[in-house]
Design a protein around this ligand. Sequence first.
Ligand code: ATP
Ligand code: MG
Length: 369
Amino acid sequence: MAYEHVGDNPFTPSFGEVPLIMAGRAQVIQELGRSFSSASRRPILTSVISGARGTGKTALLTFAEAQARERGWVSVSLVSLPGLLEEAYEQSCRQADHVIDMTLRTKRISSLGIGPMSVGISHSETTTPGWRTRMSVLLDRLAEKGVGLLMTIDEITPRLDELIQLTSAYQLFVREERRVALLMAGLPHNVSLLLNDKSVSFLRRAESIRLGRIADHEIERALRDTFAQSGRSVSDGVIEEAVHAIGGFPFMMQLVGFNMWEEGGTSKDIKDARARRGIRLATEEFKTRILLPSYQELSPMDRRFLQAMLQDEGDSLLSTIARRLGKTNSYATQYKNRLLEHGIIGMRGSRSVGFELPSMREFLVEQKG
Ligand SMILES: Nc1ncnc2c1ncn2[C@@H]1O[C@H](COP(=O)(O)OP(=O)(O)OP(=O)(O)O)[C@@H](O)[C@H]1O
Ligand SMILES: [Mg+2]
């Protein structure tokens, strides 16, 4: 067979990388774009994104930042860790450098030891204004140029004081009608704990973006288009098998696509047998990289709940599970909630649950055997 030139693998089975084509999420993407262009304030500018591991929270934050920058905003990416406030200020100054000259960066200058000013001056001796004042000055300067500031905070944890302080200050910035946006992302459990913190109760009125499974037809289109835009193709039948294996899970879409591409060798039209091998490899890798560690984090009762779901072919009624476990409905509900927060199961209507992760059923059967 003649050697055909095949480009680099376009799939991104990694962390937070914006994929070549985002499957689904069209509405949120469109609304974000609109809100960064709009002169009036749109609600999505203050949003809390929640979703299980690998559902695309970080990728969406990164995507939003790129959109904001394209529309002239200054944008900073933060992680909910100690030092958050200073990091937010420092990054904002750095990112705003091309628009404004921040002469108030005293602390940074003295800590770098530039010029005679720094000699013998420790941080505590300088009259560095408080964080909120410094941020306000920065925002004033940006406002003079008509530039907005987007802060994204990933991996939110409820127990970080600085996160509470930052969101409280943000609320004031909004009240002062400043051009600011705050997008936060975290695991469902951490998000609900944060929203329950009384000092940031205004966040409960923020937009809530829940990332879950992506519809099969959206996955199919994104998969096909990623291959097509990168100059390769896969037969319709195999695409269908791939969509089935992906089960609407963003990370799995990248893993399946990546393996199909790699196994496809040097031909532009990837042979069915090779593509199928790619799907099989991806499914195995998903088990060891995602399903097994997720399962190991669960308590024995969580596991029993999942095993009890196996007796149903499709979704399971909560009351049936409670009966199988020999427990009350409210006892079973507690475990249902835990599993929902782990992103392992999802609600199907108001009284039934189903598996949220692809291949979970097969994996559980293997664990049992
Ligand atoms: N809409 C999407 N369509 C296709 N692939 C996506 C989409 N969103 C994210 N991905 C891909 O899925 C993978 C996981 O995304 P990401 O790291 O953003 O998830 P996460 O929710 O932040 O996970 P974690 O909780 O582990 O941080 C990445 O490889 C990314 O490229
Ligand atoms: Mg992430």
